[in-house]
Each structure stands twice: as structure tokens, then as C-alpha cells.
Design a protein around this ligand. Structure first.
Ligand code: SF4
Ligand code: SF4
Length: 307
């Protein structure tokens, strides 16, 4: 039986200390009771990971910001101490104090950090990145590639060490949003921007989500990925691994990095080898080689956001 090497966990938490205008979790608060449910679910998940015997990578992809919560910090400490956990990673706004990281086994920790220019100042964010550098934590940094964010993204790129990969996520809400010149400007920051600008036809195509990578939510429900709602099993059942599916995708298309990265035909396990969860390309900082990677013929089509 093949067991998943990557588990994306998303508990019931759905709140954030930031107030980004484009996000449903902005400044959302939860009651003590709701937070207690999230904590209990996370602690159960960590115990479950501890009972597994195969090599695993755990990726927290929360609704909102998780690492401001002490129980997620403790989960990092516990998971990174487990011999079979190769990597523990989270998507985060990096707004929290970092002292707890010193209790982690840092060679197993990684972070996917997003800079939100309206919510924090560049200097503070860069300072936090430098604290990660000083600790030797692996991470990437990125922004949502709106026109308003462009100058901030340039300043961020200039302020960070060359060894830090800065990605840009395509803004998809408006048709004709980018001109070709806009795309070239964003590629000067993220040489792989073209990869994220595409929508990948996925119906009937092979994808490792469901077998090599799965998502687990707070009550243990397993899904192939975050983009296919149908549950395939429950991690807390004794025969949970029988639920894994090695089958073609049932969605029309896939356009989010944490999804399409698992599509076989894109070869992105190789592009991001060693940094798949935290989104650090293997070749970084070889910018020109990556630009070539980003432009290689791929089966996707450019989104309608291009003029
Ligand atoms: S930091 Fe992330 S989760 Fe929080 S409001 Fe902004 S986009 Fe939403
Ligand atoms: S292609 Fe995307 S939507 Fe389809 S199974 Fe893979 S990750 Fe899920």
C-alpha cells in the first residue's frame, strides 16, 4: 500500500489578526469555545501523526492565520521533533514573535510567508525575514500581484537577500488585468510568475493529490485536495490508508499552486525539489534558468487576466 508523503492540514480555525480587503477571514474573531475546538482537533492530529511510521511532510494551510495561536506553535515543536516527519511547514503572514521557533528542530521547519502591504510595514516584515535568516529557517516570501502591490514587491525584493525566493500570485478577479508588459515586470521579481498565470486543464489527467498528497481537516476527514470537496475517508479510522485514490482528477481545471504542483505532467516536483511545501525552487537563485522553466511549454493556458 502506498502511503501519502505530504499531508495538508486545515482545522476549523477561521480567523486572522490582519484585515486584508480581499479575504473573508480578515479581522474575524472566534469565541473561546471555537478556539478550544480547533486546539483539540489539532492536538488529535499531532498525536495521529506521531502514531504513523512512514516518512511524512506536514503542511498547515489554515483559513486565516494559525501561527499566532500557541497550539500551532506547539504543534510545530512536537512535529519537528518526530524522526519520521521530514518537514513541517505553514502558510503564514509572519506577524508573530519568533522565540518559540528556537524550540523546534529547525532543519525540519519551513514557512510560506505572505507580505500584505496594507497590513504591515515593509521594514517590519523584512526585519522578521532577517530573524528567520538568523535562525536558519527555510522560507519563501510572496505577494498577491495587484498593480497596487507592485512597488511594494520591488522594494521587498530589493530588501531581501538574493537567497530568498520571492513569488507573486496572479490576481485573478478581473479579466484583462495584466498587459504583456505587466507580466514581464512581475517576472523580474518572480521568474516563475508565468506558471501561476496559467490555468491547467486537469479533468481526466493524473495527479498525485489523493495518493502522494492528501488533505485532512479537523475531524479527520480526508480529501484528495482542497479543491475537490468530496471526502474519501477519515484519518481516524483504522483502515484510513485504503481511502487513498490513485485516479485522474475530476475537476475541470486546477489553478492554485498548492493544487497543480501535484499534477504529474507539469513536472513541478522536480522544479521545487527540496522545497515543494514552502515553494522554494530547486534552482533558486539561478534566475535566468528559472525564467526558462517558467516559459517552458506547459499544457495550461494563460488566464483571461492577460490583455
Ligand atoms: S493575512 Fe491572510 S488570512 Fe489574514 S486577512 Fe490577510 S489574506 Fe486573510
Ligand atoms: S489537479 Fe488540482 S483539483 Fe485535480 S486532484 Fe490535483 S490538486 Fe486536486
Amino acid at each position: 500500500m502506498v502511503l501519502p508523503s505530504t499531508i495538508l492540514y486545515r482545522g476549523p480555525l477561521s480567523s486572522c489578526n490582519y484585515g486584508c480587503g480581499y479575504c473573508p477571514f480578515a479581522k474575524r474573531k472566534e469565541s473561546k469555545a471555537e478556539l478550544a475546538v480547533d486546539r483539540a482537533a489539532l492536538e488529535r492530529f499531532v498525536r495521529w501523526v506521531g502514531e504513523q511510521r512512514h516518512a511524512l511532510r506536514v503542511f498547515f494551510t489554515p483559513w486565516g492565520e494559525a501561527l499566532v495561536r500557541r497550539w500551532y506553535q506547539e504543534a510545530f515543536v512536537s512535529l519537528s521533533a518526530m524522526e519520521h516527519v521530514e518537514r513541517v511547514c505553514a502558510q503564514t503572514n509572519l506577524s508573530w514573535r519568533q522565540a518559540w521557533l528556537d524550540r523546534c528542530q529547525l532543519d525540519r521547519v519551513a514557512l510560506w510567508c505572505t507580505f500584505h502591504p496594507g497590513e504591515t510595514q515593509l521594514e517590519r516584515f523584512v526585519e522578521r525575514c532577517r530573524s528567520l535568516d538568523a535562525r536558519g529557517v527555510r522560507y519563501s516570501v510572496g505577494v498577491v500581484a495587484t498593480h497596487e502591490h507592485y512597488a511594494h514587491a520591488v522594494a521587498l525584493r530589493e530588501a531581501l537577500a538574493d537567497t530568498v525566493y520571492v513569488w507573486a500570485n496572479a490576481y485573478r478577479r478581473e479579466a484583462g488585468y495584466y498587459t504583456r508588459e505587466d507580466v514581464a515586470k512581475w517576472e523580474a521579481i518572480d521568474p516563475l510568475f508565468a506558471l501561476n498565470l496559467k490555468e491547467y486543464p486537469s479533468l481526466g489527467r493524473p495527479c498525485r493529490a489523493g495518493s502522494d498528497a492528501i488533505t485532512i481537516d479537523g475531524d479527520g476527514t480526508i480529501r484528495r485536495c482542497h479543491f475537490i470537496d468530496a471526502p474519501i475517508g477519515n484519518a481516524y479510522e483504522p483502515d484510513w490508508a485504503r481511502a487513498l485514490v490513485d485516479a485522474p482528477c475530476s475537476n475541470r481545471s486546477c489553478r492554485c499552486h498548492i493544487g497543480y504542483v501535484h499534477m504529474d505532467e507539469l513536472g513541478l516536483y522536480d522544479v521545487f525539489a527540496g522545497g515543494l511545501l514552502e515553494r522554494v525552487p530547486k534552482l533558486w537563485p539561478a534566475r535566468d534558468a528559472l525564467l526558462t522553466e517558467g516559459h517552458k511549454a506547459r499544457p495550461g493556458r494563460l488566464l483571461s487576466v492577460i490583455v
